[in-house]
Design a protein around this ligand. Sequence first.
Ligand SMILES: [Zn+2]
Length: 297
Amino acid sequence: MVTTLRFVSLLSVLAVIGWLLLAESARQVARAEDDVLTITPVTARVPQGGTALLAIRAPGATAVRVRQGETVFPADARGDDRWEGVVGVWMETKPGPLALTVEADIEGRMLTAPVAVTVTKRDFPIQRLRMSRSQASKYEAPSVQEEYRLIGAALRHFTHGRAWLGGFKRPAAGRVSTRYGTQRYRNGEKVGIHKGIDIAAPKGAPIYAANAGSVTLRRDFGLHGRTLVIDHGGGIAGLYLHLNDFGVSEGQVVKKGQLIARVGSTGAATGPHLHYALYAHGTAIDPLLMETMPAGW
Ligand SMILES: [Zn+2]
């Protein structure tokens, strides 16, 4: 009886050891498989001015980045080992394959994986603009550099856990008078590329937040006029210029479609309109291409 008991207990000890060994090997197999960094380009072909969306699975990663040449920006941590990358494709990007790499820090190692995204060509319009000497002189004011610095910093600000969900609604009713990517000549001189869209609307017309986010900049500038920047999270920010008045304060959380300002012509503007622009990690993207989003985004 005693012997039998001892035998049974020995068997159970062996069984427990065997189970532990099996469990350990199963865990290691699972870990080896989990090491694979998987990236799904949600948008494998992106037009110039578009945005590449990357769905990334990186089990155990503490940080995930997207590298585009010398530029590196963070991917958005979405929980459950899921990360998202948004890559703004500037309108002058050469058509063809875009050199993108995803880097993930997993258990002290850096895993990298290339991403296949192809940029397709688009045509952009040319616009010739007459502007009065006093309006044009606003571009030369010494305060302009400071405006660009403050706006640029707000547009490049990154926060994890995007607030934006679904398409970016056009923030004001009216005709698009200048499109994204328009090459602009002011008084006969090439002055650059239009980085957003202009919506012609009467002074005082309501402006609504294109998507959810929080107000990171609210300033009254000489060139840009009354200005709002909304951080939508995950690397996307929205810029609203030439506002007549503000409907929100800095730091305020806004919902998609919430009234944020009214149309004006403050700063250097030839008439009342809204300049509305979207940026991905500081790169201007075409807001009209952001109006519809793939399912789940
Ligand atoms: Zn504009």
